[in-house]
Design a protein around this ligand. Sequence first.
Ligand code: GLU
Length: 197
Amino acid sequence: MCGIVGYVGHQQAAPILLEGLSRLEYRGYDSAGIALVTAAGDLFIEKRAGKIAVLREALTEGTPASTAGLGHTRWATHGRPNDLNAHPHIDCTGELTVIHNGIIENFIELRAELEAAGHVFASETDTEAIAHLVEEAYEGDISEAVRKALQRAHGAYALAVIHKGEPDRVVGAKMNVPLIVGRGSDEAFLASDVAAV
Ligand code: GLU
């Protein structure tokens, strides 16, 4: 089980997320990525197989201003450790994105059902099924949509979701693995363990 960090507040999110991921490095991982809701209201995603240093290098090309986002380190269980399978994963609309540690045990059934309903998968991961389930459930409230989507998912997991239309929200969920919330004044953190915050 690798690492999840989330941030929403008044500071620039990207440096905080990268620092959080570095502090979770000891847990081991094969890929790393971040997602930001930009000041312009778009989703920005950068993800890479390999070390956090590779991700950091990719981000030197330019990281948009953002005060909310997610960071992830992956230890592959479903799908090869490559850039495509690295998290975050998006839905068909590109409006929401998901990071996840753990396993969605019924993902084969979920994927078949979602593909039959017209969803197009970009990766080999179990995680991506969650992105499409949340997309199906979304009616303007990302927290409600995640709650509803996870009624369909079985397994042990921690995950976090953001939607570009709700830039001041980072939603976390967990089942049988740790995920902690840190609250400051005017800001909040989400992490796999206290080392990250
Ligand atoms: N099962 C997911 C994957 O293979 C998450 C693995 C993890 O815990 O990092 O992408």
